[in-house]
Every structure is written in structure tokens, then in C-alpha cells.
Design a binder for this molecule. Structure first.
Ligand code: HEC
Length: 145
């Protein structure tokens, strides 16, 4: 019995993208907390908050025809681009990322909810291409594609 093969497979599975990637279906449920202010999908329009189609990969504060706070526009000009990495702290506590933002949402406490809602948003950002991974400890252990 090649137990070690199973072990290696298990380790690969556990260390694989599943640990970082959320579940878009679960994310759709989490997104109900955002629906009061945000729309996404076909025909979505700006509401209290901007449309979130193609938000992943977008520079902060740049959805068309939405009146952002000056603070978020400034953050975008300073280089804030929404990626899974920058969205995570934003969705945890928006005011920690941009203190004067007008997104009056306390944030999501659970990391799983954050991962899942990002996975959901990614399904509406088909043009997003992740940049080459930064040489962080975690990224360097993952084989390049
Ligand atoms: C009470 C209303 C409200 C709720 C609830 C809310 N948002 Fe927002 N959101 C806003 C507003 C308003 C802005 C624009 C902020 C600014 O201009 O400073 C915004 C901005 C954003 C941005 C930046 C978009 C851009 O184009 O730069 C993202 C991403 C975002 N929200 C995601 C979410 C998600 C995901 C949720 C649910 C977990 C959520 N928001 C809940 C009102 C809300």
C-alpha cells in the first residue's frame, strides 16, 4: 500500500489554493450584507455604493459616474488597486484602510466570509489577472504556473 502517495496528495490538497480561495456560492450569501448599498451582475447600477462589476483589478474610486469620497479617490491616486489581497483588510474594516471613506459598513468579522465574498466578486471580474506572486514566504512555496 503506497501510503506515502496518499500522504503527499493530502498535503498537496491542504496546502493548495483551497486554503486561500473562498467559495463563491457561500459568498453570494455573504453579499446579502452588501446588497443594501451595492449591486453586481448584469444591469447592475450604482446605489449608495458603486457597482462592483469588474471591481477586482480596478483602481479604487474609479467606477464610472459614482460620487466617491475624496479619501477613496486619493487612495486610488496613491496606487490602491482592488485585488483579493487589498480587498481582505478593506472588507474586514473599511475605515482601517481608508479612514475617511464614506462606506459606512462595520466590516466582516469572519475571515471565511471575507474569502467567500471575494470569491463571489471575482466571478464578476472576468478580466482580472492576478499579478505574479510577490516573493513572500507563502508564495515562494507554491510552484509557478
Ligand atoms: C451602508 C452601505 C454599504 C454597505 C453595507 C457596503 N458598502 Fe461597500 N461601499 C459603500 C460606499 C458608499 C462606497 C464608496 C466609498 C467611498 O467613496 O469612500 C463603497 C465602496 C466599496 C468598495 C470600493 C469600490 C471602488 O470602486 O473603489 C468595495 C470593493 C466595496 N464597497 C465592497 C463592499 C462589500 C463586498 C460589501 C459587503 C460585505 C460592502 N461593500 C458593504 C457603501 C456600502
Amino acid at each position: 500500500m503506497r501510503l506515502w502517495v496518499i500522504c503527499i496528495l493530502l498535503v498537496a490538497l491542504l496546502a493548495g489554493p483551497a486554503s486561500a480561495a473562498g467559495d463563491p456560492l457561500a459568498g453570494e450569501v455573504v453579499f446579502k450584507k452588501c446588497l443594501a448599498c451595492h449591486a453586481v451582475g448584469e444591469g447592475a447600477k450604482n446605489k449608495v455604493g458603486p457597482v462592483l462589476n469588474d471591481v477586482v483589478g480596478r483602481t479604487a474610486g474609479t467606477a464610472e459616474k459614482f460620487k466617491y469620497s475624496q479619501a477613496l479617490i486619493d487612495a486610488g491616486s496613491a496606487g490602491l488597486i482592488w485585488t483579493p489581497e487589498t480587498l481582505a483588510p478593506w472588507l474586514h474594516k473599511p475605515k482601517d484602510v481608508v479612514p475617511a471613506t464614506k462606506m459606512s459598513f462595520a466590516g466582516l468579522a469572519e475571515q471565511a466570509d471575507i474569502d467567500n465574498v471575494i470569491a463571489y466578486l471575482l466571478t464578476f471580474s472576468p478580466n482580472y489577472v492576478p499579478a505574479a506572486p510577490a516573493p513572500s514566504a507563502e508564495a515562494s512555496s507554491a510552484p509557478a504556473q
